[in-house]
Design a protein around this ligand. Structure first.
Ligand code: DLL
Length: 432
């Protein structure tokens, strides 16, 4: 049930004591070894000795993705290359990627924290794990790979793609746990059905779906299609990769590895600290990272944190599911819309498939939003009345949830794009 019980069940006081000692150390380490931090802190008039309490972290300047880009590739590294044993990079679509490096110790910590959420959801040495994250510079595949190996399971490093083969091997190898993005999980689920198989034909029991936002409804859908207990887990390249936080079997938030990361929530506009329970932007300081220590990284992910102990016995704070990224939020005629809100409406409807596409445009001065939704039953295409009724039902539900009018276009089954990694479901023509 626990991977590192002695750490995962520390009292709040003990966690904070560990964090403070490590925060002091990492701030001094970053200041002494990374000229970028020396300069930033000098400019802000703050010295490592000014960190006397955990709250003093707010004296430090923020770090942003842009800082990784301007210091590309190795400018934020705190160690010489001879100490770095692995490089990863973000899957950025434009410009230079974010490049990070790990020492041997960083890899050890990383695999520990991934192993924590694996075990918290019931993963064990008996599992045969199909790792369908894309292997390469992406932190997801190797992060989960190392975590599962630490647990002692058998890893099948299949990578993403070739979905029918994924299903075949899952069945032939007696795979019990699947690792994928939620979007790819849904695609694998659809493929399973298309091949005339059901979860009863597989030994699958656990599904680890991280690396992108997914709603509770999506997890329910994944659970049904694949016959698994699901796990949501969170992380990002800049601060480590997967393992920053992960669910336990109670699925009431993702436990943050607080002995390695100090998490803050700040107001997304003013960047002022927010209280426990309030939703804002997650800011992370790495407490033990040697290769690339990161002070107050602005993740752009919106979430809230609770420090209430969990029913599972873990005392590590929990972050709620990510509502969205500040840069993913669509402003439609002045109203804020998160793609996750659209997703949860669609996931609760039986008549539509899991694939959708959001098209945002501007006609004159007016923003428009259209959602393309796949129907599941082709026969509906022959019945205009029924089709219209379904369209109206979806529209009404969107109006209720989003408070704006959304155009709905129903499209044929399997006509929209499927994703083998992170999905891209929003086309914002206003930006093109
Ligand atoms: O996606 C790391 C990861 C890999 C996490 C595998 C979990 C599993 P990046 O490619 O740098 O790293 O993308 C990081 O993805 O800032 C979030 O916006 C989003 N993200 C990651 N996990 C979740 C999640 C990896 N569970 C960015 N829920 C982050 C919501 C997530 N968003």
């Amino acid at each position: 049930m626990f991977f590192q019980k002695e750490i995962e069940t520390l009292t709040r006081k003990q966690i904070e004591a560990v964090q403070l000692e490590r925060l002091k150390r990492i701030v001094a380490y970053a200041y002494d070894n990374v000229p970028f931090y020396t300069r930033r802190m000098d400019e802000a008039g703050v010295k490592p000795k000014d960190i006397a309490t955990l709250k003093d972290v707010t004296k430090l300047p923020f770090t942003a993705k842009e800082d990784f880009r301007t210091n590309y590739p190795y400018g934020l590294f705190a160690r010489p290359m001879r100490d770095i044993v692995r490089i990863h990079a973000s899957s950025g679509t434009t410009g230079k990627p974010v490049v990070v490096g790990y020492t041997k110790n960083d890899l050890d910590v990383w695999s520990d924290i991934v192993a924590r959420f694996i075990v918290a959801t019931g993963g064990c040495a008996d599992d045969v794990v199909q790792n369908a994250f894309g292997y390469g510079l992406f932190t997801g595949a190797l992060g989960l790979h190392m975590g599962w190996e630490k647990v002692g399971a058998t890893v099948v490093p299949i990578s993403s793609g070739n979905t029918e083969r994924q299903v075949m091997l899952m069945r032939d190898l007696g795979v019990t746990a699947l690792v994928a993005t939620p979007s790819y999980g849904l695609y694998i689920g659809e493929t399973l059905a298309k091949m005339g198989l059901s979860p009863a034909d597989l030994k699958l029991r656990l599904g680890f779906f991280g690396a992108e936002a997914s709603t509770k409804e999506t997890h329910e859908q994944l659970s049904k299609m694949l016959g698994v207990v699901t796990n949501d887990n969170y992380g990002l390249t800049e601060v480590m990769g997967p393992g920053v936080a992960g669910e336990c079997s109670f699925k009431c938030g993702m436990h943050i590895a607080e002995d390695h990361f100090l998490a803050e929530i700040v107001d997304r506009d003013t960047f002022e600290p927010l209280d426990e329970g309030e939703t804002g932007e997650l800011v992370i300081t790495t407490l033990t990272k040697e290769g690339v220590p990161v002070l107050r990284y602005r993740t752009k992910d919106l979430t809230s944190i609770t420090k209430e102990p969990c029913r599972c016995g873990r005392t590590m704070a929990r972050m709620s599911k990510v509502v969205g990224r500040t840069d993913d939020m669509l402003i439609i005629r002045g109203v804020n819309v998160f793609p996750s809100q659209i997703e949860s409406v669609l996931m609760e409807m039986e008549e539509v498939a899991n694939s959708y596409e959001i098209v945002v445009d501007r006609v004159g001065y007016m923003d428009t939003i259209e959602v393309l939704v796949e129907i599941t039953d082709v026969s509906l295409l022959l019945d205009y009345g029924k089709l219209e009724a379904l369209r109206e039902k979806i529209r009404a539900r969107f109006r209720q949830v989003l408070q704006i009018d959304v155009k709905v276009k129903l499209v044929e089954p399997m006509s929209l794009k499927r994703f083998e990694g992170k999905a891209r479901r929003v086309v914002d023509k206003r930006k093109q």
